[in-house]
Design a binder for this molecule. Structure first.
Ligand code: MN
Length: 283
């Protein structure tokens, strides 16, 4: 069975003891099974507190990040590798079995040209040791292809699968997101079918990043394809309701995309659960 989760950004941009204590009980009340923790500053996470809080509410953690702009894999693979290794340590200590996101670049970084062989070589050099470290801890390392306005490096499932072949580690996987797929793929279902078991963790996000079911994502196609590939991983809703100005700027969110988080938790989750049940992804 798949699990349904929520990116922590629904409640707050930063995981602190206070923001976590406010969010986790509410997540549990809504029956969420996973919370994705942003690990942009892993050293600031109070690990024991987070573990205890999540365990008390029966919620599993996952983690995501993007690289800092001054430690890009394409420009300094050793520095990017070290960022990933530090995040893997903390993610593992939190009890995560998945670290994903833009693990190969920074949010909004574009060279102004198509990706080069040299850039891909550098990403492989940074991510191969990170994937091995993750594997040693029983973790998956995800690479999230993003739309062309947020990165020039990986826009599609197909590009990401080709780079994963070069990384050559079975626990390195493609982290697909319906918002980006809606912009870049020929179809959301088609890309899920292409990735198959190599896409064990999905971001469910509406075409405007708002309330799932209120936009133009073809959710029926998405869930039918997930059922077809026998998906049994995590389906994590990503909806940018609460963003600090710097993250909103990097993601180009210039207006409210939902009335408040309850629109996502009430209408959005119900819509996704109904489809996941219909396609027997959840019981
Ligand atoms: Mn995403």
């Amino acid at each position: 069975m798949a699990r349904i989760g929520m990116h922590f950004s629904l409640w707050s941009a930063t995981w602190t003891e206070a923001s976590a204590e406010a969010a986790v009980p509410e997540a549990a009340r809504y029956g969420l099974q996973v919370i994705e923790i942003p690990l942009l500053a892993p050293e600031r996470i109070a690990v024991a507190h987070a573990r205890d809080l999540l365990a008390a509410h029966g919620i599993a953690p996952s983690a995501s990040l993007c690289l800092p702009p001054d430690r890009l894999a394409t420009q300094d693979p050793a520095a990017a590798r070290d960022v990933l290794l530090a995040a893997i340590e903390v993610a593992h200590a939190l009890g995560c079995t998945f670290l994903g996101g833009v693990t190969y670049s920074a949010l909004g970084h574009r060279s102004g040209a198509p990706p080069t062989a040299k850039e891909y070589d550098a990403i492989v050099a940074a991510l191969q040791p990170a994937a091995r470290a993750a594997r040693a801890r029983g973790m998956l390392l995800g690479l999230e292809p993003c739309n062309r306005y947020e990165t020039h490096l990986l826009n599609t499932a197909s590009q990401t699968l080709a780079l994963l072949d070069r990384i050559g580690e079975a626990n390195a996987c493609v982290h697909l997101d319906t918002y980006h797929m809606n912009i870049e793929e020929k179809g959301i279902g088609a890309a899920f079918r292409l990735a198959g078991a190599r896409a064990p963790y999905i971001h469910l996000s509406e075409s405007d990043r708002g309330v799932p079911g209120s936009g133009t994502i073809d959710w029926e196609d998405a869930f039918a394809a997930l059922a077809e590939i026998g998906f049994s991983g995590d389906l994590v809703v990503e909806s940018f309701v609460t963003l600090p100005p710097e993250i909103a700027a990097a993601l180009c969110v210039w207006r409210p995309v939902a009335e408040d988080r309850y629109a996502v938790l009430d209408q959005g989750l119900a819509h996704l659960r109904r489809l996941a049940l219909k396609h027997r992804l959840i019981g």
